[in-house]
Design a binder for this molecule. Structure first.
Ligand code: AMP
Length: 188
């Protein structure tokens, strides 16, 4: 059965960097809803047009749009061994929808990345210089951190109640953080 691994944490915590390495080494699909949405914006699809301003401002795209996009993505053949969800779910509504489709995709573990705001802001501003991401600006970062605290952070409790949470200290060397995460995949 395909397994789902959720990487949960504030923007700039390194979820994408780690998901990219772990997915390669453990033969899992890497699904970043943020990356998918940015592609829609670039390609000027209907979804991209609806999402563009929200992304730029650091606000969330409505649940139904993101859920439909994710469900479609999970039907691709590269998900048959399982997938890492990087940036999904971000709201309780998304988490509940995921539970409904979890019959074929049980959630195996939720990795919660922890880092303090000061470090996160520093990292995102640095990343912005390289990536040119239109939402890696000081204003948008503040909104994204607020949105994380209000809408997404409650999911930590939600998954804790289901005993699915493993906490990852996201401060330190990329390789050390990778090793701390990979340990759990080696033991599967
Ligand atoms: P990320 O690349 O994960 O930092 O996401 C970038 C932006 O895409 C977010 O600030 C949101 O505007 C949007 N986004 C990504 N994933 C989701 C999601 N699961 N729900 C709603 N909006 C999302």
């Amino acid at each position: 059965m395909s397994k789902l691994f959720i990487f949960l944490g504030p923007p700039g915590a390194g979820k994408g960097t780690q998901a990219s390495q772990i997915s390669k080494n453990f033969n899992l699909a890497h699904i970043s809803t943020g990356e998918m949405l940015r592609e829609h914006v670039t390609n000027q699809t209907e979804l991209g047009k609806k999402a563009k301003n929200l992304l730029d401002e650091g606000l969330l795209v409505p649940d139904d749009l993101v859920i439909n996009m994710l469900v479609e993505r999970l039907s691709h053949s590269d998900c048959k061994n399982g997938a890492i969800l990087d940036g999904f779910p971000r709201t309780l509504g998304q988490a509940k929808s995921l539970q409904n489709i979890s019959e074929n995709f049980p959630i195996n573990k939720v990795f919660v990345f922890e880092a303090d705001n000061e470090e996160l802001i520093k990292r995102i501003l640095l990343r912005g210089e390289v990536s040119g991401r239109s939402d890696d600006t000081e204003e948008s970062i503040k909104v994204r951190l607020d949105v994380y605290n209000s809408d997404t952070a409650p999911l930590v409790n939600y998954y804790q109640e289901q005993q699915l949470v493993t906490t990852i200290n996201a401060i330190g060397e990329i390789e050390d953080i990778y090793n701390a995460i990979a340990l759990h995949f080696n033991n599967l």
